[in-house]
Design a protein around this ligand. Structure first.
Ligand code: PMP
Length: 356
């Protein structure tokens, strides 16, 4: 028998997807992926080296990640009575959530433009996805969002707070209206929390359908891949059944735990990034012909006359940022730059001026 070909076997909606593209960044000043540019202090790196040396990598890791969860509970000020679910990055948690609600006819609702994985993972899980457009300035259109919630009764709503790629925080009172109106779960994705210092974490006790998602990626540990979800045990105990056993490897567990024991270092780095963000924002605002959008995150969205030309000009000068021009109709001629070190930001600004 002739074996089936991919177009006969693979689901149509998967074949229609474009894979999440990660460009080769070697040799570039890397300002494309919202990473923390600062290394950890040498003494702490030595301690991490010891942990790697002594880790029992011949054994499976602690399936419950007890020590790491306990550390997260205190460092992240998780409200009493709430449970924590760990993911291999918050991407994996988005996937667990989508799989959990994937009944026939279920819908995931997102705001657009936002983090692209909400929509992609809905397709992975075979769940329909509804995107509600933000206004042209990327603020929330509350009426349109409430109308879409009423029409589609989404099982799951994803809201990035601050939003990626726009960088802004949506109006808190509008989000509370959404929480009141939502029939299903509402996930506040606080990936950029340390740069915003605003959070829904304290509201978990008030809203039974609220879940708060965070990640250590933007904090300085992107390479470890650790995300987490906080919410009521009644929800998280169900979601935990979809988590693959041992999804958090031993090195991630032990190294993240050790770094979080020195959370003050990460906090100092975040503070440096916040003040560099203000400086970069001001410098960008002073350049004619650029529209700069407000940011509570570690990146800045800007609009130029010709994003492709500017993006290529920067690349030729050794600076890699993100060209979002074709990512969404509302992002035409938009570029996103991650806040780097003062030196990297200076190089970016000089190259930008030369590329305009
Ligand atoms: N949420 C948002 C809003 C993001 O921007 C990102 C990464 N770009 C993620 C989640 C995923 O982060 P990670 O998988 O590294 O935890």
């Amino acid at each position: 028998m002739m074996p089936l070909k991919p177009d006969q076997l693979i689901r149509d909606e998967i074949r229609a997807l474009a894979a999440y593209h990660v460009p080769d960044a070697s040799g570039y000043v890397k300002l494309d992926a919202m990473e923390n540019p600062y290394p950890l202090p040498a003494e702490l790196r030595d301690a991490l080296g010891q942990i790697a040396r002594d880790a029992a990598i011949n054994r499976y890791p602690d399936a419950a990640a007890t020590a790491l969860k306990a550390r997260l509970r205190t460092v992240m000020e998780v409200p009493e009575g709430m449970e924590i679910l760990l993911g291999n990055g918050s991407d994996e948690i988005i996937q667990i959530l989508a799989m959990a609600i994937a009944k026939p006819g279920a819908t995931i609702l997102g705001l657009e433009p936002s983090f692209v994985m909400y929509k992609m993972i809905a397709a992975f899980a075979g769940v329909s996805y509804v995107g509600v457009p933000l206004r042209a300035n990327f603020t929330l259109d509350l009426d349109a969002t409430l109308a879409a919630i009423a029409a589609h009764q989404p099982a799951l709503i994803f809201i990035a707070y601050p939003n990626n790629p726009s960088g802004n925080l949506f109006d808190m009172s509008a989000l509370l209206r959404i929480l009141d109106a939502a029939p299903g779960l509402v996930v506040l994705d606080e990936a950029y929390h340390v740069f915003a210092l605003e959070s829904f974490m304290p509201l978990l006790t008030r809203y039974p359908n609220l879940l708060v998602m965070r990640t250590l990626s933007k904090l300085g540990l992107a390479g470890l891949r650790l995300g987490f979800l906080v919410g009521r045990p009644a929800w998280l105990n169900e979601l935990d059944k979809l988590r693959l056993p041992y999804n958090i490897n031993i090195l991630t567990q032990q190294i993240a735990e050790q770094v979080l024991a020195h959370a003050d270092i990460l906090e100092q780095q975040a503070a440096a990034i916040r003040s560099e963000r203000a400086r970069l924002m001001q410098a960008l605002a002073d350049i004619a012909g650029i529209e700069v959008f407000p940011s509570a995150a570690n990146f800045i969205l800007l609009r130029v006359a010709n994003a492709d030309t500017v993006f290529e000009g920067l690349k030729q000068r050794g600076i890699l940022i993100k060209n979002l021009s074709r990512a969404h109709p509302q992002l035409q001629n938009c570029l996103r730059v991650t806040v780097g070190t003062p030196d990297e930001n200076q190089q970016f600004l000089a190259s930008l001026n030369a590329s305009l």
